[in-house]
Ligand binder design. Structure first.
Ligand code: CO
Length: 459
């Protein structure tokens, strides 16, 4: 029997997409052992925005969260999303920090590292992949999916080959916007399976409603695994429902390894949680609906809503159509980058600025300047020569890897922090999010001294 591997995203992408990553550990602690019995290929539970959100909003140590998950999930592989040289943030870190982060993530419980670079510049994932392999864990390399005149099957197949050569254990096609259609998925998976020997996974979102059909065709073409979310946290900006996909693939003659009785228990648990979140206003049921505008404009749903709120804030919502027309032009000028963080923000803000100022590239954002200089990596296509001249003058953009210009940072920061950091994990939290981590350390200190005081006075 053919197999489709299922990765459950409820603890990471689903809750990141539906409730802005505000699900505290205490809300899912009670279901971890059940999740472990469902038969998932893996449980995506860390990385992406979860790390930042733990420190910033939930007053949780992200490393401790990972250890607690690991202590209850003993059979299922734990998976994280890792932004290559950006780790979990928006800027590039030196290699020593990337290596330390991978090593400690592995030590604290991560088995599968899904690693991507927004520009598909694989020099930016090489260090992370290498360290994951050194740690004896699974390195999954990503291809960020985008549609443009310069992206075609040959190019994607070549990317797959490059990843295979790098030594990744599997490849994930990452469709962060949910705009990949069924035929595109079929052709792309087929092209990859014909050019590499590795398992191929597909990650998409339900935003436009295409996802279940897209998954079906991808699997038909030989896709080895897909990402789904338990039904009460599925749909809309999240992933397609686990139970529905399981049911469909069983009917089509595939085995998933999932136990539907256990899935029912998991869903009952999260259904209650969803009701709480809707009642408290944390979850807006609208995000679970289907939004087909992304198909019309060919930009991710999240980017569209950002543009709308940005224009509203500037009393310029009447310019929306102009900005939407300018967006693909800016993307073309930048050499067709995939519209994933941070490129989606960069392109959107620059398009809005071009329209609101009334002259193209009169004001160029700091981020676009760095991008044109080559500090984010290699642009997929040619950068417009006029824009290039405007930013660079007579200088040449950098062709080497930006991280090579960065000094090692870990030991130096560790020394500076002294007792503020209790362990190497704390040092990494601080390097990733300095102010937020510092505030968290302080609160942790206060909370513990109160607990000690309480214990002493009670005696
Ligand atoms: Co996603």
């Amino acid at each position: 029997m053919m197999r489709v591997n299922i990765t459950e995203t409820v603890l990471r992408d689903a809750q990141q997409s539906l409730v802005a990553t505000r699900m505290p550990f205490s809300d899912f602690e009670g279901i971890l052992e059940t999740l472990d019995q469902a038969g998932y290929y893996s449980l995506e539970c860390w990385g992406g925005a979860t790390f930042d959100s733990c420190l910033r909003y939930l007053n949780e140590d992200p490393w401790e969260r990972l250890r607690k998950i690991k202590s209850k999930v003993k059979n299922t592989k734990l998976q994280m999303l890792f932004r290559g040289q950006n780790i979990l943030g928006y800027k590039h870190y030196p290699d020593d920090v990337v290596r330390k982060f991978v090593a400690l993530s592995a030590k604290n419980g991560i088995d599968i590292f899904r690693i991507f670079d927004a520009l598909n510049d694989f020099r930016n994932i090489e260090t992370a992949v290498d360290e994951v392999k050194k740690q004896g864990k699974h390195a999954q390399g990503c291809i960020c999916y985008t549609v443009s005149p310069i992206h075609n099957l040959e190019k994607y197949a070549a990317m797959g080959k490059e990843l295979e050569k790098m030594g990744v254990h599997s490849i994930c096609i990452k469709d962060m916007a949910g705009i990949m259609g069924p035929q595109e998925a079929y052709d792309l998976v087929k092209a990859l399976k014909e050019s590499v020997k590795l398992p191929v996974f597909l990650h998409t979102h339900s935003t436009t409603g295409l996802a279940p059909v897209t998954y079906a065709k991808a699997v038909e073409a030989g896709c080895d695994g897909i990402d789904t979310a338990i039904s009460s946290f599925s749909g809309g900006t999240s992933q397609p429902p686990t139970e529905t996909m399981d049911y469909s693939f069983n009917q089509m003659g595939y085995e998933t390894g999932l136990n539907d009785k256990v899935l029912k228990k998991i869903n009952d648990y999260f259904k209650t949680l969803r009701a709480d979140y809707i009642a408290s206003g944390l979850m807006d049921p609208l995000v679970m609906g289907t939004e087909t505008d992304a198909l019309v404009y060919q930009i991710p749903g999240g980017m569209l809503s950002n543009l709308i709120s940005q224009l509203k804030a500037q009393n310029a919502i009447d310019k929306l159509e102009d900005v939407l027309a300018e967006t693909p032009r800016v993307r073309k000028d930048l050499g067709y980058p995939p519209l994933v963080t941070p490129m989606s923000q960069m392109v959107g803000v620059q398009a809005a600025t071009n329209i609101l100022v009334g002259e193209r590239y009169k004001n160029i954002s700091k981020e676009v300047k760095s991008y044109v200089k080559g500090e984010y990596g290699r642009a997929p296509g040619e950068i417009d020569s006029e824009l290039m001249n405007k930013v660079m003058g007579d200088e040449k953009p950098m062709t080497s890897r930006f991280a090579d210009t960065l000094e090692p940072l870990f030991e130096k920061t560790k020394k500076e922090l002294k007792d503020v950091a209790r362990n190497d994990e704390d040092v990494l939290s601080y390097i990733a999010f300095p102010q937020i981590a510092e505030a968290f350390f302080k609160k942790r200190e206060e909370k513990e001294s109160k607990t000690v005081y309480y214990t002493i006075t009670r005696k």
